[in-house]
Write a protein that binds this ligand. Structure first.
Ligand code: 5RP
Length: 247
């Protein structure tokens, strides 16, 4: 009986979170439509919130040229919905990149990589003119680091990288059974909260030999965040978080 109640309340929480994800996806599609033309290329992230965004965006597939995907999973979904998937090497012109996050702080710095797509996500974010992050309110935190920080590593360097990460004071855990789209492994660093967001940690981890990149977005932050809350969708810019307004 108690177990049944726990399962029912877990299901309700899941459905509620999905409702908020769909709301922000709709808000992001409206925003993106105001920015694009039939020649535009849109960057598309990875994860369940982005999946809602792709579903909504597909209704407008004739209003833009195509999409750059940050993962094979998103590329497959885009293609299945009739959206042209473009190789990033064939363009430098990505109007806007839309993606989810695992944690977001008030400076719009992020932890990403829960879905193991962090490297391609960082690449598309680096190229895009604007990075729009979409999430339900559970991802909003005062300080980053309760979510374990994902690191993509070259497989033969896994143990070396883990030993080096230990020196940073965290607890590195190999995400066993996961291989990234680039053929690499993921190590998640637990216990780093609160993460330093002056950029030094992100740079320091990336300098360990064998690290491809890490999921801390403290240099390239989001430019705009749409957050799904019970009161509606709030928009956040780095300078105006105290004024996050409902739309
Ligand atoms: C994938 C990511 C995702 O954006 C992040 O994990 C959020 O996913 P979701 O929208 O499913 O909560 O970084 O690597």
């Amino acid at each position: 009986m108690v177990l049944k109640q726990v399962i029912v309340s877990d299901c309700e929480a899941f459905l509620d979170q999905n409702r908020l994800k769909k709301l922000v996806a709709q808000a992001a599609v409206s925003y993106v439509l105001s920015k694009i033309s039939v020649h535009s290329i849109i960057g598309i992230g990875t994860g369940s919130t982005t999946d809602f965004f792709i579903d909504e965006l597909a209704n407008h597939r004739d209003k833009f040229y195509g999409a750059i995907a940050s993962s094979n999973a998103s590329a497959t979904k885009l293609a299945a919905l009739g959206i042209q998937v473009i190789d990033l090497n064939s363009t430098s012109d990505v109007e806007v990149y839309v993606d989810g996050a695992d944690e977001i702080n008030p400076l719009l710095q992020l932890i990403k990589g829960g879905g193991a797509a962090l490297t391609r996500e960082k690449i598309v974010a680096a190229v895009a003119r604007e990075f729009v992050c979409i999430a339900d309110v559970s991802k909003w935190v005062d300080e980053l680091g309760k979510f374990p920080l994902p690191i993509e590593v070259i497989p033969m360097a896994r143990s070396h990288v883990a030993r080096e990460l230990l020196k940073l004071g965290g607890d590195p855990v190999w995400r066993q059974g996961v291989t990234t789209d680039n053929g690499n492994y993921i190590i998640d660093i637990h216990g780093l909260w609160p993460i330093k967001t002056d950029g030094s940690l992100e740079t320091c981890i990336n300098q360990i030999t064998g690290v491809v990149t890490n999921g801390l977005f403290s240099h390239r932050t989001a430019d705009l965040v749409f957050l799904g809350t019970e009161e509606g969708v709030t928009t956040h810019k780095p300078d105006s978080n105290l004024d996050g307004r409902s739309s």
